[in-house]
Ligand binder design. Structure first.
Ligand code: SF4
Length: 255
């Protein structure tokens, strides 16, 4: 972590729990850069997370109020805090399994109610911390500890889901697009209403090693190849879009 961001970290926390090559460490740095560029007062920011590897991004690292909650329940806790103190900048950071599988119903209804939260979903396409089980975001055919012959279900398109439910700001980028991630987080925080930023964050340990992406470099390179902008996607056929991941801003809200 660069020294200029140290003020945002609790001094007693010296290391992160993330495996080498995990995208969550990159996302942690990008989130803090967005906070820094917005010059947010950390005493007026609340970070809320659920359970799983990504839930460790804010807690215990960030030198702010952090709530590390129950599995799938980060959004309800954040909603309660925001209702109690509307002045709080309330940012939820958690994983795809936590926010969109176990907590999926809360995600849909928070978007429908357009509650003024910023939700950052670190999507590693698998349950990382609990053993590499299939998630609602695992790609078709993905090998996981519970789909050893390949996932037979198509994954959720999380951005389409929250867009349909009424979110005010929706974007998807990969940790391989760091400036776009920072910009999207800033816009999400500045948008009044429900903001959802999906950040593709590679998991070399649980996802990569099961899917012939055995090194951090291999899984990052694969992600880089798969990501395609909205503009590029617009001229491709459905067949050409198979296996690609469209990145960009899908709902602009008032940002
Ligand atoms: S299991 Fe995967 S998501 Fe969890 S810390 Fe390790 S690399 Fe990251």
């Amino acid at each position: 972590m660069a020294r200029d961001l140290e003020e945002y970290l609790r001094p007693e926390v010296q290391t992160t729990p993330f495996c080498p090559g995990c995208g969550h460490g990159i996302l942690m740095g990008l989130l803090l850069r967005a906070v820094d560029e917005l010059a947010l007062d950390m005493d007026r920011v609340l970070f809320v997370s659920g359970i799983g590897c990504a839930a460790w991004i804010p807690s215990p690292h960030f030198n702010a109020d952090t709530l590390h909650t129950l599995h799938g329940r980060a959004i309800p806790f954040a909603t309660g805090a925001k209702l109690f103190n509307p002045e709080l900048t309330t940012i939820v950071v958690s994983g795809d399994g936590d926010l969109t599988s176990i907590g999926g119903n809360h995600l849909i209804h928070a978007a429908r109610r357009n509650i003024d939260l910023t939700v950052i979903c670190a999507n590693n396409m698998i349950y990382g911390m609990t053993g590499g089980q299939v998630a609602s975001t695992s790609p078709l055919g993905a090998l996981t500890s519970t789909t050893m012959e390949g996932n037979i279900y198509r994954p959720f398109d999380l951005c389409k889901l929250v867009k349909a439910a009424g979110a005010a700001y929706v974007a998807r980028f990969s940790v391989t697009q760091p400036l776009s991630v920072i910009s999207a987080i800033k816009k999400g925080i500045n948008t009044e209403g429900f903001s959802f930023i999906e950040v593709l964050s590679p998991c070399p340990i649980q996802f990569g090693r099961r899917n012939r992406l055995d090194t951090p470099a291999a899984i990052v390179e694969r992600l880089h190849e798969q990501c395609i902008s909205l503009e590029e996607a617009g001229v491709l056929s459905p067949e050409e879009l198979e296996d690609r991941i469209i990145t960009g801003e899908f709902v602009h809200g008032g940002a």
